[in-house]
Structures are given as structure tokens and as C-alpha cells.
Design a protein around this ligand. Sequence first.
Ligand code: PMV
Length: 324
Amino acid sequence: MTKRTARAVASPNIALIKYWGNRDHNLRWPSNGSISLTLGGLETRTTVTFDETLPSDRLTFDGLTPPNSALLRVSEHLDRIRRIAGIHTPAHVESQNNFPAGVGIASSASAFAALTLAGTAAADLSLNPKELSRLARLGSGSACRSIFGGYVEWHAGETDADSYAEPLAPPEHWDLIDLIAVISREHKGVGSTQGHTLADTSPLQSARVADAPRRLNICRDALLHRDFPTLASIVEQDSNLMHAVMFTSTPALIYWSPATIEVIHAVTTWRAEGLDVCYTIDAGPNVHCLCRKQHADQVEERLGDLPGVIDLLRAHPGGPASVI
Ligand code: PMV
């Protein structure tokens, strides 16, 4: 057999308690644990074909050839898979997103979760979910959470070996909606891989990391008890803490645009008026507005009226990554 192929689908995730900074950058072994929601409705589909007739790895993304840096990162991940499988065969990787990449919608999470599943399946490996999560983590930290559906916790771990994610609650546990206010479709200047290396240059990072167990406990409990007000307050505090670290790094990382702040103020006002909605922002200007399903249509309408919001994406608790 000269060709072996497999296809997988994975959804991105939004971190409710954020991963920012590493204990070991090469291993993407994080400074703190994190909690996320897998975003159903948004997906990356990836086909991996190991092909002995190829001279080297090839990558196509939405039918186009992406920059060489993307191919290098994918090749490094394929090398991890090839090492486990004991093969040397080059691969063609074809990937498609149904949402814009590089604007703070964690496209690397779904990309590396789908690549891990399709790559290991094409290499005839059968890894358990923990092993898949740990392997995905080496490609992109947050990808370890996208292996699972619903509400997910990534344990920082005592060593690199026990740093992987596990499901906290299935998608049907709580039908929260994530309305993503798209502020810009431009590719971000500083990617998260580089951003993580700057975290420890902020004098605030050590306090943020030391306090992480408290935030994780509050968030986990709020999710398990479906307690929206508590969830809202810890999610916003955690996002603000991460951006405070970013603002005070050397060099400073400022992902926000004026419209980002416009959405933050609007969401805060709407919550005071009685709508169950809160905001959280990753490494980009877009704002994820988490809300209870019964308030989602109203929040969506109001977000659509804000002048700085150029598009809106709607996601619901999604399922795990899977081979298709
Ligand atoms: O997995 P990475 O290296 O793309 O880092 C993700 C960083 C944040 O999205 C900002 C936070 C998170 O936990 O997803």
C-alpha cells in the first residue's frame, strides 16, 4: 500500500479560564490549568494522506498553499506521529475551516486536534483520548482541549506526561451560546506561540498563575451547578487578568481595538439590565459573548447594532473531535 488516508473533524474552543504562559515552551507545558467550552457549529476538517510517492510533506489550506511557517509546524507534528508509528512516509495534509482563521477564534486548536486525529488514524495508530490530548497539546496547547466535546479541563500536570485535558461535563449539560463579535478579519500580528514566551516578562504573571487554582475551582463549580452570575464574574476576571499580563509584557501585547472595548462596555450594561451574558477575549480583538440560550437572540440583535461589530458567529456546546 503506497497511500494511507484518514479524515477528521474538530471544533475550536473558547477558554473560560485561560492558558497563557508555559513552564516549558517546546513541550507547551503550561504555567496554569485551564477550562474551555468546545464550540459546535465551527469546525476544521482535515485529511491526512501518507503517500510514499511524495518527495516531502505538502499542506493545502482552503485549497491554497499557506506560508512555509505553517507547513513547518504541521511537519513537526507529523514527525511526532511518524515517530510513534515508526514510519518515514511524507504526507499531504488538506485542511478547511468554516470560520476565519487567526482572529482569536483559536483556529490552531481545531487545526491541531483534527490533524492529530486524522494523522494518527492514517498511520494506523490507536491512541486513547488522554494520549491524543497530550499529543495534540504538543502541536498547539489549546488543541488538547478540542479533542473533547462540551466543557473541558486541561490539567497543567506535575510533568509533561500528565498535562492533558479531560471532559468536565458533556455538551448537553448546559446549553450556553457563544456569540462571537467579529471586530476584524485581519491576521493577528503576534501569534499565541510567541505570545506565551512573553508572559513571564510581565510582573503580573506570577500573581495570575498563583491565583489560577482559585479561579479554576470557582469556574468548575459554577459550570457544574449552572450558576451563570458566578460564571460570568470569574470568566471576565480571568480574561482581564490575561490581558493585563499581555498589556504589561515587554514588548506589550495589545490585541484590543476600540470596538473591543465598545463590546465590553455594552455587555456589562446589558448584564446590569438583566441579560445573562458575559465577555471573554483571546489573543485577538474579537469578543466572545457567552450567554444563556434564552437571552441569545436578544444579545445577538444588540451586538448586530454596534457599529464596530462587522460580523457575528454563533456557536453552541459542541461534540468531540472525530475521525469521519
Ligand atoms: O494554544 P495556543 O498556543 O493557541 O494558545 C491559546 C491562548 C489563548 O487562546 C489566548 C487562551 C486559551 O486558553 O485558549
